[in-house]
Design a protein around this ligand. Structure first.
Ligand code: NDP
Length: 332
């Protein structure tokens, strides 16, 4: 067991932390860097490697090259970027435990966090302030080849990876606003964009439909579902099934973007924090939730921008909000 895990396991079981951060993507680790530099000795529960939705480092661990994060002239890989974030947080004294929260009690003061048996009577960690940076996950197709080729031609982020498909044929899966937005964006780079949708009607707003339908580079494959993502080391095509006729065919593309929606990782907070209909956390006045001492940043509260840089920015905001909150708590 690492020193850091002992922080959760024994040493500090009874002690109360100033701030605990749930999540280790750009939002959580930026909050860690800032709160560590403010001498608050943050504890980051970074998630667990076994879990796809809570893996340490967040969604960037699933991408290859990141070319739009400012400061990297020649780009950087997602995992390298997150390793740097992590190293920087640790350098200033953040403690990182490879654990995830299994239960939180936001009504108690200090706030209680369980990392093991959620039915245990006592929490494993208590904290004056909590930063929720648990992120969101892209919904996936759950078909053969998907896990193998994610980051190798299969992507969930056109803004991140579209540039790599200049003058190449690609596909987008989905029929909502995200899918059409991605298709329109990708049409600037790709030679052709095939939108594969499981029905004949699009879910997307009329304006997006009009734009996509009028775009000469975008074609539609209606009533079709992806049955398999093809290719060994890199994506070479999709096996699709026509849901009306049952016919199965292969489509040759070099890239495929899955855009069938996102889901925030907020199940832990059900009944305790305000969420919108899709489960994203509600924040006000910066990163505050309606519960004093609980702050939310990054994709868990943002379904609009969803970029590493915006997540990092809101992680910084959360840290500054935590500092102010703790000053008020300790001096009132
Ligand atoms: P949506 O839930 O709106 O759309 C998801 C799409 O993916 C649907 O067409 C759905 O098909 C399809 N889909 C879902 N599951 C599967 C599956 N397993 N296999 C194949 N296809 C599947 O999600 P979005 O991310 O597109 O949008 C989320 C919200 O964000 C919406 O409110 C949207 O309006 C908003 N948004 C707005 C934008 C803008 O205004 N510029 C841009 C992006 C998002 P089906 O239609 O059959 O259900």
């Amino acid at each position: 067991m690492s020193d850091v895990e002992q922080v959760v396991d024994s040493q500090d079981r009874a002690a109360t932390r100033e701030v605990v951060i749930l999540g280790s993507g750009p939002a959580g680790l930026t909050a860690a860097i800032y709160t560590a530099r403010a001498d608050l000795r943050p504890l980051v529960l970074e998630g667990e490697p076994s879990s796809t939705s809570d893996q340490p480092g967040g969604q960037l661990m699933l991408t290859t090259d990141v070319e739009n994060f400012p400061g990297f002239v020649d780009g950087v890989t997602g995992p390298e970027l997150m390793t740097s974030f992590r190293g920087q947080a640790v350098r200033f004294g953040a403690e990182i435990a490879t654990r995830k929260a299994t239960r939180v009690d936001l009504t108690s003061r200090p706030i209680g966090i369980w990392t093991g048996d959620p039915g245990a009577p006592e929490p494993d960690v208590r904290t004056h302030a909590l930063v929720v940076a648990t992120g969101a996950r892209s919904l996936m197709l759950d078909v053969p080849g998907e896990a193998r080729l994610l980051g190798h031609g299969l992507s969930t982020c056109a803004t991140c990876d579209g540039f790599f498909f200049r003058d190449q044929p690609i596909a987008v899966v989905g029929g909502g606003d995200s899918a059409l937005e991605e298709a329109i964006f990708l049409s600037k780079f790709a030679s052709s964009v095939l939108v594969v949708h499981r029905r004949k009607e699009l879910r997307a707003s009329k304006i997006m439909q009009d734009r996509a339908l009028a775009n000469p580079k975008i074609a539609f494959l209606w009533d079709s579902v992806v049955e398999e993502v093809l290719g060994d080391a890199k994506l070479e095509g999709l096996r699709v099934r026509d849901v009306v006729t049952g016919a199965v065919s292969d489509v040759a593309v070099n890239g495929c973007f899955v855009a069938i929606g996102h889901a925030p990782n907020t199940a832990l907070f059900a009944g305790q924090l305000e969420m919108d209909a899709a489960g994203y956390l509600a924040t006000h006045d910066g990163t505050r939730t309606a519960v004093p001492g609980v702050f939310a940043c990054g994709d868990v509260q943002d379904h609009v921008y969803r970029q590493a840089i915006t997540a990092a920015g809101s992680g910084c905001m959360a840290a500054l909000d935590v500092e102010r909150y703790l000053e008020d708590v300790h001096h009132s």
